[in-house]
Design a protein around this ligand. Sequence first.
Ligand code: ADP
Length: 223
Amino acid sequence: MKYKSILLFRAPGSGKGTQGQIIGSIPGFFHSATGDIFRTLDLRSEMGRTFWEYASRGQLVPDELTIKLWKQYITGLEWINHFHPETEFLVLDGIPRNVAQARLLEENLDVVKFIYLRCTDLNKMVERLRRRALKENRFDDANETTIRKRMEVYERDTRPVLDYYPADRIVQVDAMHSQIRVTSEILKQLVPLKEALDEQQEDLLEGPPHPDMVPVGSIARDP
Ligand code: ADP
């Protein structure tokens, strides 16, 4: 089964993490940020060390490893009943980060909307990252060289992901607006999708009984 997914897309520092959390708090939307998954790793583990090695230099963690970890994580959430793919949209934040990852995820994702948070003011983004580094103790945003490197990686590797998905699923939202306006613009896109999913669910519930279902009255009693 492919996950019905909404991709939040933009350079580091454009506020997509915050928007993801807000959208993820609405019933029917499940937010997952790859950076957060990585940050839960124990830095003494092999995977944790690999993450630190790459992230502290502003580089992407190798694709195969990233996708493997991501798949394990999402499947785990399904198993423990935290994420319900039949009734929820998966709001992805920070993945796919390049075209190779988009290809590797092809069999798992049904990308229904691609929300491109456009941010034109580079200085504002760098400033946001610096403030966040102080607030959240983020080692990867602590110095300007790493921040610039992350911007460079975004331009070179991540931006091409925009051309990978069909243009009719992509919507641009100006991330320079206030937080609440950005949320409202995103919601304008998501409300019709959620309503369509709700209708689908209602139809399923009201549909004809499954052929394998036996009416209770006809169950034979033990002789
Ligand atoms: P931001 O929110 O600032 O864009 P993230 O929290 O998404 O940053 O990512 C932090 C770091 O985690 C990245 O610089 C990278 O090293 C690693 N990372 C996150 N997502 C991915 C991914 N999809 N592929 C490879 N590395 C990733």
